[in-house]
Design a protein around this ligand. Structure first.
Ligand code: GH3
Ligand code: MG
Ligand code: MG
Ligand code: MG
Length: 297
């Protein structure tokens, strides 16, 4: 497991040195000596925790905390204030601004180490949970919930400019027979391989492949027009074909195949996520009706 990164912010170098000495064996340390520098470094480094001095010339610790908690990219970074003993009002204010804890100066090494350790561990668990909540366990792709949320968000974003978007749905052909022939564990491995092939087939960083359900997958292609989406669909079909997973009971091929449906439109406000999925599903159904192992746009 890689070391967590901690940003130490204090306008007094001697304070930074003390804290660095306590933490440097266990963490990657970076530091800032002003509020502005702290914000700059936080944005570029994305530390796992920030130790933040309150009194600093220029932007003080409270303002740094406020800005970090208002920034969608930084809001989840835990902040521990470091301040002189007995500043109860400061402590209250810091906590109300979203800081997770306080340590008092002079720094007591054992206390600092323990509090930092606790909060870094909690942050790690939170991050893990956040990833699990959007990930399908078998394939590692986005799960249905995350896909539908992204579809909603992308559709809203592209509606402002009236850009194209496409949604691809695919379903493995005669998969019930595959399970019956080779067993459920082999079926699971097949689903995982199809998921990996789907990932290889999509090229843009903004494309989102997902496992929609049992042996059904979906892919959001923001900015893709009908021609672009059809090319992606063809690539998906090729990638899955070249897996060469035997399927003796398939009625269309000796290997695993998929049926694909593509929905494309210029985004507008009257096209909610459900409509996108319904349209892609309708095209997928058409592919099944046409004999499977094909693409309908
Ligand atoms: P079609 O060509 O019309 O799509 O036929 P099909 O047999 O693939 O369609 P159907 O929807 O009837 O069956 C899908 C099968 O997928 C049934 C189910 O047991 C299997 N399945 C769904 N989820 C999983 C899974 O996570 N693992 C495995 N091994 N099988 C699954
Ligand atoms: Mg200070
Ligand atoms: Mg199905
Ligand atoms: Mg199927």
């Amino acid at each position: 497991m890689s070391k967590a990164t901690i940003l130490i912010v204090d306008d007094e170098i001697s304070n930074i040195e003390i804290m660095n000495a306590v933490l440097e064996d266990d963490y990657e340390i970076c530091f800032a000596t002003s509020g502005q520098q702290a914000l700059d470094i936080a944005r570029t480094v994305q530390p796992d925790l920030i130790l933040l001095d309150v009194l600093m010339p220029g932007i003080d610790g409270f303002e740094v905390c406020r800005q970090i908690k208002a920034d969608i990219m930084l809001v989840d970074i835990p902040i521990i204030f470091t301040t002189g003993l007995g500043d109860t009002e400061d402590e209250m204010r810091g906590l109300s601004l979203g800081a997770i804890d306080y340590v008092t100066k002079p720094i007591q090494p054992a206390i600092l180490r323990a509090r930092v350790g606790n909060h870094v561990e909690l942050k790690r668990l939170r991050d893990q949970l956040a990833t699990l909540a959007v990930t399908d366990a078998l394939t590692g792709l986005s799960n249905r919930r995350h896909m539908e949320r992204s579809l909603q968000a992308e559709s809203a974003r592209l509606t402002r400019t009236g850009e194209w978007m496409s949604v691809i749905m695919l379903d493995i052909d005669f998969f019930k027979q595959f399970n019956d022939t080779y067993g459920h564990p082999a079926g699971d491995r097949c689903i995982a391989m199809v998921g990996a092939a789907l990932t290889r087939a999509v090229k843009r960083a903004t494309d989102l492949p997902a496992r929609y359900g049992g042996e059904e997958f979906a892919c959001i292609l923001p900015g893709a027009d009908p021609q672009g989406a059809e090319l992606v669909a063809q690539e998906i079909r090729l990638q899955i074909q070249s897996l060469n997973i035997p399927h003796a009971q398939s009625q269309v091929s000796p290997f695993i195949t998929v049926s694909i449906g593509v929905a494309s439109a210029r985004c507008h406000a009257d096209l909610p996520a459900e409509l996108w999925m319904a349209e892609a599903d309708r095209q997928l159904y058409a592919s099944k009706q046409r004999g499977r192992d094909c693409i309908t746009t």
